[in-house]
Design a protein around this ligand. Structure first.
Ligand code: KG4
Ligand code: ZN
Length: 332
């Protein structure tokens, strides 16, 4: 089945076509320059940019991929305005061509991105999805079944990267700029806290780490300025903070795999594009006999290919949506 995928859940306008796990095209048009002056995504600006871009991007995808059999679209979770643009485009397209339409959960789709790998991970496996809005550990006993093992109780890992970047005066989006700055830094320069790392559950917490970076950068109390203020380089701050996030994510993901008796671990979401996270998780997984599956970076950050793959699974299970399909800003 040749499936068109559409994702406009945040600040990327993406359209892809997947034919039975073969990726025919995956177009992603970012909006970084529009949001950069504000230091984060402005939902209204994102929605308007999607309106301008969705039809040309769709046209390009169709030129590359030819006739289609179905339409899959992210309808949850995400920013409401941006989601509505993609959903309206998907409905119009499916209605005009009399194609089945299916709404996709963006987080589940981040797991499905790994099915484009060759070889693809076979369930049962554990999946860590770390993005700008979510940090979740799932046990996937079979394809399409997601048992939540834990998640962040405050900030998401990507959000933590973004906020740390802002504190360090690095450009938006923060994850890639922290990673770039960290290349010249010493990950051991500052020992940042590893919240909940060794706790006996699979939840995460990143807001304390963010505050710790704030205090180290700006000083907690002006009268007792921390010895790191004005002394430690941005590169050392970036490398040390990245190390703390990577340490907790990789440690808990591998431990969850062991706890579930799963010999395979999947990473997904924008934070999984982080080279250090990929390296450290690969080392830790290998040491415990767990095989790691991580999609290429372009399939970790937001993309519509993963939406098409997840849509294909739902359609194969006999699920399709009606014209009353709505958006939902939350995951349910
Ligand atoms: O999955 P994604 O593209 O969008 C959401 O669904 O949220 O994830 C975006 C998040 C942002 O917080 C971004 O800073 C982070 O992923 N990110 C990274 C890297 N690339 C993107 N974080 C760390 N290192 C990276 N290389
Ligand atoms: Zn995402």
């Amino acid at each position: 089945m040749k499936i068109l995928g559409i994702d406009t859940s945040c600040d990327e306008t993406s359209v892809a076509v997947v034919d039975d796990h073969k990726l025919l095209c995956n177009l992603v048009v970012g909006q970084q320059s529009l949001h950069e002056p504000y230091g984060g995504v402005v939902p209204e600006i994102a929605a308007r940019a999607h309106v301008e871009r969705i039809v040309p991007v769709l046209d390009d995808a169709l030129t590359q991929a030819g006739p289609l059999d179905a339409v899959a679209v992210t309808n949850r979770p995400g920013l409401v305005g941006p989601l509505l643009v993609g959903l309206s485009a998907a409905k119009a397209f499916a209605f005009a061509r009399d194609l089945p339409l299916v709404g996709v959960n963006h987080i589940e789709a981040h797991v499905s991105a790994s099915y484009l790998l060759d070889p693809a991970p076979e369930p049962p496996f554990v999946a860590l999805i770390a993005s700008g809005g979510h940090t979740l550990l799932f046990f996937v006993p079979e394809r399409g079944v997601y048992e939540r093992l834990g998640g962040t109780i405050d900030d998401a890992a990507g959000e933590c990267f973004d906020k740390i970047a802002a504190l360090l005066g690095l450009s938006y989006p923060g994850g890639p700029s922290v990673e770039r700055a960290a290349r010249d830094g010493d990950p051991k320069a500052i020992r940042f806290p590893r919240p909940l790392k060794k706790d006996d559950h699979f939840d995460f917490s990143f807001s304390g780490l963010k505050t710790s970076v704030l205090y180290k950068v700006k000083g907690q109390d002006k009268r007792r300025a921390d010895e790191t203020v004005g002394v430690t380089s941005v590169a050392d701050f970036a490398a040390s903070a990245q190390e703390a996030i990577v340490d907790v994510l990789s440690y808990k993901a591998v431990r969850a795999s062991q706890a579930m008796g799963a010999s395979r671990l999947v990473l997904g979401g924008g934070v999984a594009a982080n080279t250090r996270l990929r390296e450290v998780t690969a080392e830790r997984a290998a040491a415990k006999g767990v095989t790691l599956f991580v999609p290429p970076q372009s399939l970790c950050t937001d993309n519509a290919a993963m939406i098409a793959v997840r849509g294909g699974e739902l359609l194969a299970a006999g699920i399709r949506d009606g014209w009353d399909l709505d958006v939902d800003r939350y995951t349910r």
